[in-house]
Ligand binder design. Structure first.
Ligand SMILES: [Zn+2]
Length: 386
């Protein structure tokens, strides 16, 4: 009999709760028995409170996990919370299976950044036109089958999908790919036999060996610029490509013209695009405490989930900067992986939170892109990658 089932209370309760008159006790005897019963009950209740508290707070428990996410020091081993206990269907169904009651987006208030307190409240109010969907009980990650895998899957990294404005500096020009140029990229990728997949697809392939199409490729957009919706989405749809968009939710909340709106996010999601989180604001996440990381990582995740109605699985480190604690918080927040700016095309099942990418520059034309991908893939094949 386990303590967590409250086993002590399965036994017959003391006389105080079952004052059957047996054998003709006197009223005095009965009152004494009742008094003894109350004392015994009080002792048992106190013991139960202590034991249930210990059980509930152990690292692997649901409450313990939530408390870890919200409060605790990073000394707790997060892997204890990460071992999937259910065998999820490997089918790429993306609908949430949760039946939890929708709740307000959880946005912990950081105590160490004054500006954060003011802006964090913005995430709490979903756009009225949106019906928040339940995301409180995340679908578990498919149980990794324990086989370490490495797959050659280029993950392209785009930012702006528009011509840079007049007078733009070198950085902005390098981040800007024009719609015409992007269309050439898509045409070349299609002609080259590439098929776009999502990071969700990639995860299933790496963790349980799900089959991928020939020449799989992931197309990602960082920062959630408005031109992603205006220019990239129609082209992706025209050429039959899916892409992953990483959003900075605080900037969307502010309604900035340069960034997508929540309505556009919903439309992109409904068009089959994968939506990921890029933080609440775009800041260096290294050297932060747990509360701050939870606010940035879990806060942005839940802000998106409240709009699109399904779990957000992937994170993109702002400016590619991260540390070990950031990875721990991502794992505890039920992210499945994260993309970096490390150059490379080889993805490993044991490095889901450090996925490599191929940066697409403003001056990258289609032949250059294809040649670069071919060179990457050839190099990996020479090193024995599948
Ligand atoms: Zn960014």
């Amino acid at each position: 009999m386990s303590l967590s089932s409250g086993g002590a209370f399965d036994t017959p309760r003391p006389g105080g709760y079952h004052p059957r008159r047996e054998g003709g006790e006197t009223l005095e005897q009965l009152l004494i028995a009742l008094g003894r019963g109350r004392r015994a009950t009080a002792v048992l209740a106190a013991a139960f409170v202590v034991v249930s508290g210990l059980v509930a707070l152990r690292p692997g428990s649901k409450l313990g996990r939530e408390l870890w996410i919200m409060r605790s020091a990073p000394t707790v081993t997060p892997s204890a919370t990460l071992v999937p206990t259910s065998t999820a269907s490997p089918s790429p169904t993306r609908t949430s299976t949760s039946t939890a009651t929708p709740t307000t987006t959880f946005t912990p208030t950081p105590s160490n950044t004054p500006t954060a307190t003011a802006s964090a409240t913005a995430t709490i109010s979903p756009t009225p036109s949106v019906t928040p969907s339940p995301t409180q009980t995340p679908t578990p990650q498919p149980t990794p089958d324990g086989t370490p895998r490495a797959l050659v899957v280029p993950i392209l990294m785009y930012h702006y999908l528009s011509a840079p404005p007049a007078g733009a500096d070198a950085i902005r020009r390098d981040l800007s790919v024009s719609p015409a140029q992007f269309e050439e990229h898509l045409q070349a990728l299609r002609a080259g036999g590439y098929t776009a997949i999502t990071l969700y697809d990639l995860t299933l392939a790496l963790q349980i060996g799900a089959t991928l199409p020939d020449r799989p490729i992931v197309i990602t957009f960082d920062d959630g610029y408005r031109d992603n919706y205006v220019n990239a989405l129609p082209l992706l749809q025209r050429y039959g490509f899916v892409a992953t968009f990483f959003l900075i939710t605080g900037l969307i909340d502010e309604g900035r013209a340069e960034y997508v709106t929540w309505e556009q996010v919903i439309e992109m999601h409904q068009a089959g695009m994968e939506i990921g989180a890029h933080g609440y604001s775009h800041v260096d996440l290294r050297g932060r405490d747990v509360d701050y990381l939870v606010w940035q990582m879990l806060g942005s995740k839940e802000a998106i989930e409240a709009r699109i109605g399904e779990p957000v699985r992937f994170f993109c480190y702002p400016s590619g900067k991260y540390d070990a604690l950031g990875i721990q918080v991502l794992k505890s927040a039920h992210y499945w992986g994260a993309v970096t700016v490390h150059p490379g095309v080889r993805q490993r099942s044991e490095a889901m939170y450090e996925l490599s990418r191929v940066r697409v520059h403003g001056d990258t034309d289609a032949p250059t892109l294809l040649a670069a991908l071919d060179a990457w893939v050839r190099q990996e094949r020479r090193q024995g990658a599948p």
